[in-house]
Design a protein around this ligand. Structure first.
Ligand SMILES: *Cc1c(COP(=O)(O)O)cnc(C)c1O
Length: 395
């Protein structure tokens, strides 16, 4: 028996069974669906991309995996070099892991140990209300999920603030000497409800972090690789540690990278063995994942994905901004993400099946109906997704 995610198993509708997938399309036995959520936001090049498939096959012909403890290999060396060049600033040191949640754990561990190694431990993390950073415990702890608050009420060393500069300044005034890091999903908070906020907040966060020596961590597991209309939000405001996941491998194999700048790395680099980063996921630097990521980044650059995303954003705005209904609280668009927020979650009950019947796979949650499309999507396919959303309110 499969135990499915985020589901009351007793009440769950049977999931759609996928038998094939290509480009933006998912195929069930009897339906063809445009995947409007890119398999939880990662499948940016679409399914069964011949180059990605070939890159994985070629690596599988050599070896699929070797551990990074005491061993290394070409794909992981190439990927770390590529990321150092591809990412802004001096984000040059890549620690690999098997999922975004673990990548966030590694970043938080780095931030804690950074101050331990400097001899001035700092216990606290500043995070955002509605934050989502993954499903492992520490990542959940810095997340701001109500279910977690209910189950685990003691969150002593995490402070949550709204995305307002005044709240940021107040938190720094109160806790600046205790904070080891500020951790944010920059510009776009995904699982917390596709909430979009202004770059000025991040610029101020950078200033305050510099002033008080606090590390700034961007969780770009969802926003990285173009989703906000920027390659990385880190291109606009430079963090000390950047976490990548989801689209890193084009969604073909789970993998993540926690990328630190020189300042962070230097605090671990010493003659003292206790200053080393004691972490090592079994599948870190998996060779198949590295091969997929390298090929994915090559395609991203070569095919000018940023231009594709700008076009997706322009079409999304044209089709969706201004669409109104008494049940809709707000329609918002940023880069390759569009969200229709309703007042009452009940108004979205049944939308998934409605969309299925019209050839679109959608997965609304709470009061959010959204799209996070693969970047290879064509205009008519994108318009079909939005027409389906609008048709639901016009029934
Ligand atoms: C999905 C997500 C994660 C967790 O990644 P997993 O690979 O599911 O562990 C962490 N942070 C953000 C912002 C995410 O969207």
């Amino acid at each position: 028996m499969i135990w499915y995610p985020y589901q009351q198993m007793k009440k769950m509708d049977p999931p759609y069974k996928i038998v094939d997938a290509q480009g933006v399309y998912l195929h069930t036995e009897d339906q063809t669906l445009i995947d409007s959520v890119s398999s939880w936001w990662c499948m940016i090049h679409g399914y069964k991309h011949p180059e990605l498939t070939a890159a994985i096959q070629a690596q599988a012909g050599k070896f699929c995996h070797v551990m990074l403890g005491g061993l290394t290999h070409q794909p992981v060396e190439d990927l770390s070099n590529k990321l150092a060049e591809f990412l802004p600033g001096d984000l040059d040191y890549c620690f690999f892991s098997d999922s975004g949640s673990v990548g966030v754990e590694v970043a938080l561990k780095m931030a804690v140990q950074y101050y331990v190694n400097l001899g001035t431990p700092r216990p606290m993390v500043l995070a955002l209300e509605h934050a989502y950073h993954g499903d492992t415990f520490r990542a959940m702890e810095v997340g701001d999920d109500e279910d977690y608050h209910l189950a685990f009420p003691n969150k002593r060393d995490v402070v949550h603030i709204p995305t307002e500069i005044s709240a940021l300044e107040e938190a720094f005034a109160q806790y600046h000497d205790q904070l080891n890091c500020v951790l944010v999903e920059p510009l776009l908070q995904g699982a917390g409800g596709m909430r979009m906020y202004d770059i000025s907040f991040l610029k101020r966060a950078r200033e305050l972090c510099d002033e008080y020596g606090v590390l700034l961590i961007f969780d770009e597991v969802a926003t990285g690789f173009g989703r906000t209309g920027n390659r990385f939000v880190a291109d606009l405001v430079l963090p000390d540690i950047l976490v990548l996941g989801k689209a890193l491998t084009g969604g073909y194999i789970g993998h993540a990278a926690t990328v630190a700048n020189h300042k962070v790395y230097d605090a671990f680099y010493s003659d003292d063995p206790n200053h080393a980063l004691m972490h090592g996921p079994t599948f870190m630097g998996n060779a198949l994942a590295c091969a997929a990521a390298l090929k994915g980044i090559e395609i991203f650059e070569r095919e000018d994905y940023m231009a594709k995303i700008q076009k997706i954003e322009a079409i999304s705005k044209r089709e969706m901004l201004g669409f109104a209904d008494p049940r809709i609280k707000e329609v918002r668009v940023m880069g390759g993400c569009t969200c229709v927020e309703v007042y009452d979650p009940k108004d979205l009950a049944g939308f998934q099946e409605f969309a299925y019947q019209r050839g679109v796979f959608s997965r609304p949650f709470l009061s959010y109906m959204y799209s996070m499309v693969p970047y290879i999507i064509q205009e008519d396919e994108l318009v079909k997704i939005f027409d389906t959303m609008k048709a639901w309110f016009r029934r």
